[in-house]
Structure formats: C-alpha cells, structure tokens
Design a protein around this ligand. Structure first.
Ligand SMILES: Cc1cc2nc3c(=O)[nH]c(=O)nc-3n(C[C@H](O)[C@H](O)[C@H](O)COP(=O)(O)OP(=O)(O)OC[C@H]3O[C@@H](n4cnc5c(N)ncnc54)[C@H](O)[C@@H]3O)c2cc1C
Length: 399
C-alpha cells in the first residue's frame, strides 16, 4: 500500500500584518481544507504582539493609551498553525533552516519572511543624545508615542520641528499626520498660538510614490493648519545642546522640541542583504523557496519610486506570496503577482480623516487626497476593529 506523501513545511516568520495575512489568505482558498492536508504551517514571532501603525499617532495625540495598541492573536485564532515564540537570528537559504536566538533550528520547504522594519535611532549622529536629554521624541513605538504625548502636553510654546530622518520609513503620511495631530493637541492645550510648527524631509514632496498630486494636496493641508513644509532637507546631525539640526545642504534649523521619524532597518535579513528585493510577479527573493513581504522588502514601482511601507502592501504581498509558496510546493497551479492597489487614511485633526487610494503601479499614479470627514475617520477605526475581531477571538481562522 502506498503511503501518503509527507506534509510540506511552510514556515512564516513574523506574525504581524503580513504574516497573519498569509494565514488569512490560505483560509480563503476554496480548497483550504485539502491544502491543509498537504502542508504543515509554522509561524514564528518574538512575542506574538503587533499593532496597526495608525494607532500610534493616536497615542501621541492622547486619544489612546499605549497598552491599548498591541494586538495579540489567540491560540484559537491560530488553530492548525504551529506557533513558535522566539526571536529569529538567522536564515540559511542553502540548508533551508532558520535559527532562533536560543539556538533552536526550524527546517522549511518554503519560507515567507514577514518580520517588518525596526527603528534605528542611532543612525543619525546626536539623535540618541537628544532623546536622552528629553528634547527629541518620536511615536514609532507605543512607549515612545506615550512619551511624545507627555512632551507635547507640557509644551507651552516655541519651535516644534517634525523631522523625517531618512526617505525609507513606515507609512508615507505618518510624519504629516503627526504634525497635524500635534497642532490639534496644542489647540486643545492652548499652546498652539505660541508655537511655530515646521516639517523637514529629504523627500521632494510628501508621499512621492503616490504620484504628482497627493503630496501637493498634503502640503496644502499643512499650510491651512499653519505648518511650514521644507522639502529636500536630509539631516546629517542633531545637536541637543544647541537644539539645532544640520542638513546635508549646509542649512541649519533650530527647535525647542524635535519630533522625528526614526531611521529604519529591516528586523531580519538574509545574509548581508539590507531591505530585501523581490520579484513582484511572485514575491520571490533570489533564494529558491524563500518569499518576502511587507516592510522588510524593497520594491521599485514602474514609475521609479519606492513602494510605501504600508499595511495595504503587506496584505497585498501576503496574497501573492501565499499562492507563490504553495505553487512552489506543488500544491496550487498558479501564482499571483503583487497588486499595486493601495490606500491610506490621513488624520487631519478635529476627528476628521482624508483618504487617498489608487494604483501605485500606474505611470504615474493618479492618487488624490479627499476632503477630510468624520465618516472617513470612523472607517479608519472600523478597520482596526475588524482586524482585531479576526485575531483576538475564539473563532479559528483556519478550519
Ligand atoms: C507610526 C506608524 C504609523 C503607521 N501608519 C500606517 C497607516 O496609517 N496606514 C498603513 O497602511 N500603514 C501604516 N503603518 C505601517 C504598517 O504598520 C506596516 O506597513 C505594516 O505593519 C507592515 O506589516 P509587516 O507584516 O511587514 O510588519 P509588522 O506588522 O511590523 O510585523 C512584523 C512582525 O515580526 C515580528 N518580528 C520582528 N522581528 C522578529 C524577529 N527577529 N524574530 C521573530 N519575530 C520578529 C514582530 O514582532 C511583528 O509581529 C504605520 C507604521 C507606523 C510605525
């Protein structure tokens, strides 16, 4: 009697937006039950706690407590998935093996890397010192966002500078959303009239990947709120004692409180690669059987811009990589290319949000920002509720 072939091992690294979306995508296959008989799925995460990025500016604004941000998938939601808590330290593409910090090794037949990006504050000279001295804050993790809220709440007036430290960062609207929400908070505390708010970035305009229009519209939103915008300023150093930022064009600008978007680095990489290049037809890396999605990847759009590090593209990557990995394992018969359709909501203050949506792979993208409304703000909140309901539940995603 012939034996059933051994189940293939699909390993997913990272249980954030991208990694969990791979599981959601497999659950949505018509043939999900038959697929699950043929694969053994393992997901690894250092703490099984992730977040939807847009909740962090809400912590900075004071609308959310930092401990309300983490999303922790339940055991039940991850039914039929082996769950390994551990920190990935290296990936060996030749041996098809992943090593964790505690020296555990995990074998795979196909791997999807979805470990995202990390803040790298030390990459700008003087920035860590400015944080230590309490003159610089950011909102790119929940504790930092709570610290930013404390700093802004106690700010009585002066120069508030928003600084994008590098063109590679998560969520192209987050710096400007942060500036508008800070203005909103200072209105509430009564310090707005005594505060000059500026935004500096190395980019030519905000949201450069969204095409020629959205960034110009965003600058107009800033102008309407009295926030001055300075493009093509790449920081080279921060001097905490003098409270001055120096840029690569020789200019200097002073601040009383610096709100910065940290430099980023990939959380995990393969060999000496930095951000991981993928083939957008399949999300394949240059290593057979290894796929990468979300913030850890670098994708250049047909229009020659970097695809944003945003949740929509982590989810689109998951759709493509789930199918491609199963195709590689001989389980499904076709692959699916990465979709360029994306959107984002932009909080503009006073409980309203704008929205921009479209095809980021168009040449050029024709994305516009809508007028801010309370209804769009509600849709943004609903998105979090729906994602939480899927993972913080007793209902299995895979059955
Ligand atoms: C302030 C801010 C605002 C944002 N606003 C928006 C927005 O409005 N709209 C939008 O679309 N996007 C926004 N984003 C971006 C969005 O959050 C990311 O693009 C999205 O989460 C990327 O998904 P991912 O799966 O690649 O990474 P993540 O969701 O970050 O998941 C990575 C997972 O990998 C795990 N991990 C990392 N390293 C290791 C390791 N060594 N070992 C084991 N596990 C590891 C982590 O614990 C985490 O669970 C924002 C981000 C920030 C920071």
């Amino acid at each position: 009697m012939s034996q059933a072939p051994a189940a293939k091992k699909l390993l997913i690294l990272g249980a954030g937006v991208g990694g969990l979306s791979v599981i959601k995508e497999i659950a949505e296959f018509d043939s999900a039950a038959a697929i699950l008989d043929k694969i053994d799925i393992t997901i690894v995460d250092e703490d099984f706690s992730h977040f939807l990025g847009f909740t962090l500016p809400w912590v900075m604004r004071g609308w959310r407590a930092p401990d309300s941000v983490p999303i922790r998938p339940t055991e039940a939601a991850l039914n039929r998935v082996n769950r390994v808590t551990g920190r990935v330290s290296s990936i060996d593409p030749q041996r098809q093996q992943v090593t964790l910090d505690d020296d555990t090794t995990l074998e795979f037949d196909a791997l999807i890397l979805a470990t995202g990006a990390r803040n790298a504050v030390d990459r700008v000279p003087g920035l860590a010192d400015a944080v230590a001295k309490g003159v610089a804050v950011h909102y790119y993790d929940h504790d930092a966002a709570a610290e930013a809220h404390r700093a802004l709440s106690g700010f009585t007036g002066g120069r508030l500078m928003f600084l994008v430290t590098s063109p590679v960062y998560r969520c192209p609207v987050a710096p400007y959303e942060g500036a508008m929400l800070a203005a909103d908070l200072l209105e509430a505390t009564g310090a707005r009239a005594a505060t000059e708010i500026t935004a500096y970035t190395p980019e030519v305009q905000p949201m450069p990947s969204a095409g020629p229009y959205a960034g110009v519209e965003l600058v107009e939103f800033l102008r309407q709120r009295g926030i001055s915008f300075h493009a093509e300023h790449q920081v080279v150093a921060v001097d905490a004692a003098r409270r001055v930022v120096t840029f690569d064009n020789g200019a200097e600008a002073g601040f009383d409180l610096l709100m910065f978007i940290p430099p980023h680095r990939p959380a995990v990489t393969i060999g000496d690669e930095d951000w991981i290049s993928v083939d957008t037809a399949t999300m394949a890396t240059r290593h057979p059987g290894i796929y990468a999605i979300g913030d850890t990847t670098t994708v250049t759009t047909p229009w020659g811009r970097s695809l944003p590090k945003a949740a929509a593209f982590a989810r689109n990557g998951a759709v493509s990589a789930a199918r491609s990995a199963l195709h590689y394992l001989g389980i499904v018969d076709r692959t699916e290319e990465l979709s360029g359709q994306g959107y984002c909501y932009l909080d503009t203050g006073a409980g309203a949000s704008s929205r921009g949506a479209g095809d980021f792979f168009a040449e050029p993208p024709e994305i516009h920002l809508s007028s801010p409304t309370a209804e769009l703000n509600r849709q943004k909140s609903d998105e979090e509720h729906q994602w939480r309901a899927l993972w913080e539940t007793e209902r299995p995603v895979l059955r």
